[in-house]
Structure formats: C-alpha cells, structure tokens
Design a protein around this ligand. Sequence first.
Ligand code: FA5
Ligand code: MG
Length: 430
Amino acid sequence: MWTKLKTNILFNKFKYVFKSVRKCRFSTKTKEISFLFKESVNILDKKYVVDEWTNVTPKVVSFVGRNLYLKNGNPLYFLSQGIKNFFKDYDHFVFNDPVVDLKANFDSLLIPEDHVSRQKSDTYYVNKDYVLRSHTSAHQNHCLETKSMAFICIADVYRRDEIDRKHHSVFHQCEGFKLYDNKSPQLIQSGISNIFDNHSTLKTDTKQENHSQEAVRAIESEMKTTIESFIRYLMAEDLPMRWVSAYFPFTHPSWELEIYYNNEWIEILGSGIVEHKLLSNAGYTDKIGWAFGIGLERLAMIRYQIPDIRIFWTNDTGFLCQFENITHLDKIVYKPISSHPQIYFDLSFWLPQDIFWCHNDFYDVVRNIGGDLVEQVKVIDEYTNKKGNTSNTFRIIYRSHERMLTKDECNVLHKKIEQYVTDNWKVIIR
Ligand code: FA5
Ligand code: MG
C-alpha cells in the first residue's frame, strides 16, 4: 500500500516530469462522468458543443471570470502588483479567456501525444478541441507572436488534481520569459560571442544540441539570479531556497524552485532553458531564452502565512478585510477565521474495472457535491484481493472556514457522494 500511495504522490508532484502515460483504468468504453452539460457549455458567454471529451464540471466553470488576482482586497492581487512592479521592464500580457485550443496548451509546447498531462484524467476538456488552460505556458506562443523579447503573463489555470491544503483545481500562475541573442549585453559581458556551437550537436544533461555550453551556463545563471531576487523582493525576507532538476517537454535543462517554510520544502515554480525547436517554430532562429511558471497561491500562502488554498476563494469579509488597503510591501500575517472542527467520513469501494476511471474522477465528484466544504480527500487504505480487484478507502474531511458544520449536514453530502458512485460507476461499497 505504501508504495502505491507514494507513487500517486510522486505522480501528482511531477506531472510534467513523467514522459509516459500514467496507468489509468482503461477500457474501450469511455465513461462520461456525470453532472456534464447536456448539449453545450457556456464559458464567458461563448457556447461550446459538448462531446465525449467534455469533463468540465459546473463547479469548475463557476470559477471562470472570478479573476481573484484583479480584485483589490485579495492577497493574490497584491502579489500580482508586486510581480508587475518587479518585472516593470517586461511586456505584460493579459488573457482573460481560459479556454484555449490543444495547439496552445500542448502542441506548441512540444508536449508528446502520450504525455500524462494530455489525459482526460489530468486536464479539463471543454470538448475534443478545447481545454481550460492547465498552465500559463499555454500563452507562450501568443506572446512570442508579438515579437516580445521579455514578458510576463498572469492568469487563472485549471487542473484535475489531488485535494489538499496546497492544491486546488483552479489556481493562478505567472509565466516569465526572456530571450537573448548574440548582441545581448549580458552575453557580451560574459565574453560569449556565439550562443550556438555547430560542433556540439549532442543533447546532454546540461544543454540542448547546438547550444554552446558557455551560453547556456550564462543564461541559466541570469535566470536563477533574476528569479531569486524576484522571490526575495516578493517575500520581503530571505527564505531558504533550493533548485531541483526537473523535466518539462518545453525546456531543457529544467529546474524547479523550492522554498523551505514551516519545516518542509514547498515547490513554487518550474523553469528552464526554452527548447530551441519551440523558438524556431515561432520564428526565432537566432535566440536563446529562459522561462518560468510560478504558482501564486503557494507564494501567497508563504508570504501571508495562509494555511489553506481554499481560503483565497472565500467572500468572507473576515478574510478580505485583513487585506484591505495594503500594498504588496506590507508584511501582513493572516489571522485564522476558522477554528471550526473537522468532520470526517470514510468511504471504501471496489475500484471500477470496466470503465475509464482514475482517482481524479472521484475527487471531482467530491468537489462537485461537497464544494469548498471539503478540505481534503486522502486514500488511507488500499487492498487487493486474490482475484486482483482493488478497493480503496477514501477519507473525506469536511470543514468550513465560515461556520461550524454539523455531522448531519456532512452526512447528507456524504450520502450523495455514495449514491453518485454506486449509481454511476456501479461500484460496491465495502
Ligand atoms: C508548470 O505548470 C509549467 N508550465 C511551468 C514552467 C513554465 C516550466 C515555463 C518551464 C518553463 P508545474 O506543473 O510544476 O509546471 O506548476 C508550476 C507551479 O504551479 C507549481 O510549482 C506550483 O507552485 C503551482 N501548482 C501546480 N499545481 C497546483 C495546484 N493544483 N494548486 C495550486 N498550485 C499549483
Ligand atoms: Mg511541478
């Protein structure tokens, strides 16, 4: 059991790291999860015909357009102001509509056809042609089309993900991107005359084919120095940070940055040297560059000591008034608005065998029925019998930040979840 749980955690942490397809429960039949829209779904006043790929839920669509990072009073707003100030010399792009095509979210970023992030289990599909962007990298190409040499772009992004304090199905990212060529002062000052080395045609762990090792080293150092001072500026303090090697299809080499906070290392961003093919596809053949994508909620949680990612979505004035009329430079410490107890129920069932099914399907059902009253869902036990059937026990933890929940009202939600899984997946509750 431990290995399986550990594997799940690793998969979620390194989504873009794994090149191969995650083992889901496949069959030739694809099962639509319920609460789907009948014929079409409206997102920001545009109508999309639904099909067998559609897996957005009314709950997740209800987040579209809330634009927390533009609402004065929300901590994400102050963080965004700080980001815009720090990168004032960069172009700033805004893309309000989170619906993007597969080309933007995957193809233009060289994400392979069989990559786990393309699966229905991980991404919210509006239909077979459109998704809710799963990262701000989906706009890299839109920004490059303007011939920008350095830009940032802040937006809401959507993912089918685990449920816990640090993960939400909707969160915010900022993409940062900078390009250099042989005339860039940063390279000239480092004594680098050519970013390409035509004798060095091999891709290695430390560089792409045809890049000169010295140029990559200089760009890597530029990127890391820029990001480290950006984080220090935003956090207004010197928190321990560490760079960890990573994999993204659109950068090489790649790194994640982690911050040590409350006795744990928290991953806050992914980054790397942009794949040359991505740049040449966008018409830049003589340039080299770096890119990063940072999670705003994770930063705000550290900056303001906010313990739970759901709080950003509350309209509770007890929360919002704490961030009224501040600037991103004010060091505010969040004062908890909820001391209400947790209520939990366990649910065990034999996992469906003959339909497409994965854990994120269950998490979406719970989120859709329980909304933000669900604080966390954990797999606390797994058992496989002699016939090879596997059962999981899920612990669903309910807690409101706004009021005290009663056991009875959680029980009603819990029964609805039970009802849903038995009716739709024909599973046997244990
Ligand atoms: C990406 O999204 C890449 N597009 C980042 C990137 C951009 C790499 C440019 C290279 C070049 P990743 O999946 O690791 O990478 O997410 C980046 C950050 O978003 C994470 O470090 C974390 O801070 C935040 N994040 C990811 N998933 C969630 C989630 N479910 N809830 C809240 N924050 C999340
Ligand atoms: Mg990551």
